[in-house]
Design a protein around this ligand. Sequence first.
Ligand SMILES: C[S@@+](CC[C@H](N)C(=O)[O-])C[C@H]1O[C@@H](n2cnc3c(N)ncnc32)[C@H](O)[C@@H]1O
Length: 289
Amino acid sequence: MSPSANFSPDADTSRISISALYTGHVWFRHGLSLPELYSFKGKLSYGALAPVNALIRAVAGADIETFLLERHLIIDELLSRAIEQQGVCQVIEIAAGMSPRGACFMRKYAHSLRYIEADLPEMAARKRRYLSQHGLLSDQHQVAECNILAQEGADSLSVLFSSLDSSKPVLVITEGLVNYFELPVITDFWKRLADNLVTFPKGIYLTEIYPDLQEHPLYRWVQFAQKVVGLLTRGGYPLHYRDDQEIEVGFAGCGFAEIKVHNPASYYDSLPLKKLEIPSAVRIVEAAV
Ligand SMILES: C[S@@+](CC[C@H](N)C(=O)[O-])C[C@H]1O[C@@H](n2cnc3c(N)ncnc32)[C@H](O)[C@@H]1O
């Protein structure tokens, strides 16, 4: 499938934005968010999925939320390390939705960090409204419009990157985005991303991926959860790559030079994650150009 088959640069993917209200409420419920980002619509969407989550949890011992928390806390951890150990001082979080990460990291690293949260125009306007109502935006912390499908123009990656200082390291995050797109579409985005990152002295990308782990003991339930997310967002939710090695090869093919695939199980002792009896369904990718 060519990138243009289902997702032309002007395809409207705003149907996916409902999922940001859902995940925003998950962060809130687990004490990871700020009161300023509470949304009643988020609570409603969370309630709508609660019975399905309870069913998956009863059968599989883990649910959609378990893997959301794994990805979120590990991305936070990797971002902290990049800031403290690798001199990252500029962050772009694409598809930030209602995530508290920008506000939380700006509280912690106010004097050394520039943070740009980006999303489709409607979601960006919502986030800007929430943050500015509480005085949380500044020259150092901004919200911008970005559409990962846009090859050029105001919402494109190159315009987003043009506001950064190209003499300093940069880190880009996408969380909860890549599995909404077919592989050729998301790899087209990753290639453009790598092309932009390479113009900085250091360029790192963090994302999570739900791989197609066909040998997973609860693969049927992974597929069920996949269908539920697809229904909520009125589209597909394709799983990408069969294992960690395929992920590494895939990212190398997009222009990334150093690729680490993090398995949540290796963080059980250092982060407050639920220890699962089954393998995790998610991986966190740290890729540098
Ligand atoms: C599951 S939410 C993730 C929100 C946030 N990162 C989190 O984890 O809570 C998916 C996000 O992708 C955004 N999105 C959908 N299509 C997009 C596109 N073409 N370009 C950029 N963002 C997009 C949605 O608006 C939404 O905020």
